[in-house]
Design a protein around this ligand. Structure first.
Ligand code: KIV
Ligand code: ZN
Length: 388
């Protein structure tokens, strides 16, 4: 069975950059955009051009720089926003305007003091207007996660008729459960007339820690684009993490889905974005955290030393990490100590290992982690003569 491609829409520079304290200047954004292009993402959302002259300038420069990916700019369903985005994107090889409006009852009532029919009218007008500037127009139904499926299908049908090429179904508040979000995609696939003319897109937030699970449920149910950010950065608890969805699709071939992303560049890209944004990656972050391939308990270490597959479901090299690490702590066993000692040149006999291990445990009870220089010290202090 042939595999279907899932487009990766990176919004690190737009939704990701909305994080307080993560503001980037144009030079930093250009470095990140170039890296994203090399990484193999399909679409780079470069910013929200009307939001400030700085953002306009960044989108404009990114549009000139990017060679392969589509470059996208966000707008509200407002004519002026669309004109400014079109201007910012005018040098892009492949420009996309991303326009939209809130569709949930709460957005319609509290944000717009409006009604459903008027919202559809504005959505259609925005898409038609954006189409006068670019061919590729993505429509977002903000808060689609809390919009009832019948109305959402009506909105989608009308904007596809108006020419939308992509339908973004954001779970803006990160509220949906995976089954619910997946069912929403399925409903749209089955009930929106003309849906074959557009690509359904997942845009999930992580307020309940479900952004990745929801995006995967979305593509299992027919979506073919995932909107995500490096390290999952984004408003509040963040967005779907790019590295997670890329590796899930790669590690589960039975889904018959693939992306264009070169997974070997994931770790370096994560580090680069973290440094530029001054936003540390949590150690236990899936795929790119410093502990993602570190084994510290004796049972796990023993297994991994015998065969990596016992406790690792992917090869660290596939995400750009040289090798997994065996971290020595007071929870480590003899196998891990022997392994690490061997790596720094000590071949211990069983008897020698017993002696050194006793010393090691005393040392380890006093320290969070035992480093190579500690191993040297422990072996010297043990007084035994070891080939090194
Ligand atoms: O979360 C959201 O709804 C968004 C839209 C503006 C696409 O970021
Ligand atoms: Zn968002």
């Amino acid at each position: 069975m042939s595999k279907d491609k899932v487009q990766i829409f990176d919004t690190t520079l737009r939704d990701g950059e909305q994080v307080p304290g993560c503001k980037l200047d144009t030079t930093q954004k250009l470095v990140i955009a170039e890296r994203l292009d090399n990484l193999g993402v399909d679409i780079i959302e470069a910013g929200f051009p009307i939001s400030s002259p700085g953002d306009f300038g960044s989108v404009n420069e990114i549009a000139k720089l990017v060679k392969n990916a589509t470059v996208c700019g966000l707008t509200r369903a407002v004519k002026k926003d669309i004109e400014v985005a079109a201007e910012a994107l005018k040098h892009a090889k492949k420009p996309r305007i991303h326009t939209g409006i809130g569709t949930s009852d709460s957005h319609i009532k509290f944000k717009f003091n409006s009604n459903r029919d008027a919202i559809i009218e504005r959505a259609v007008e925005a898409v038609k207007y954006a189409k006068t500037f670019v061919e590729d127009v993505e429509f977002y139904a903000e808060d689609a996660g809390r919009t009832d499926n019948d109305f959402l299908a009506r909105v989608c049908e009308e904007v596809v008729k108006a020419g939308a090429t992509v339908l973004n179904i954001p779970d803006t508040t990160g509220y949906c459960l995976p089954e619910e979000y997946g069912a929403k995609m399925k409903y749209l696939k089955e009930n929106v007339k003309g849906i074959h003319k557009a690509t359904l897109s997942c845009h999930c937030h992580n307020d309940l820690g479900l952004a990745t699970a929801n995006s995967i449920a979305g593509v299992i149910n027919g979506a073919r684009q995932i909107e995500c950010t490096i390290n999952g950065i984004g408003e509040r608890a963040g967005n779907t993490s790019l590295e997670e969805v890329v590796m899930i699709l790669r590690q589960h071939p039975s889904l018959n889905l693939y992306t264009n992303v070169n997974s070997k560049l994931l770790y370096d890209t994560s580090q680069m974005v973290s440094q530029k944004m001054g936003m540390p990656v949590q150690p236990n972050k899936a795929i790119v955290g410093s502990n993602a391939f570190a084994h510290s308990s004796g049972i796990h270490q023993d297994g991994v030393i015998k065969n990596r597959e016992t406790y690792e479901i992917m090869d660290p090299e596939d995400v750009g990490v040289n090798e997994s690490s065996i971290v020595l702590t007071a929870r480590s066993g003899r196998a891990a100590l022997a392994y690490r000692a061997k790596n720094i040149g000590y071949e211990l006999t069983k008897l020698q290992l017993d002696i050194v291990y006793t010393e090691f445990l005393e040392f380890a009870d006093q320290k969070k982690e035992i480093l190579d220089e500690d191993i040297h010290q422990i072996i010297e202090a043990s007084g035994i003569k070891i080939e090194s």
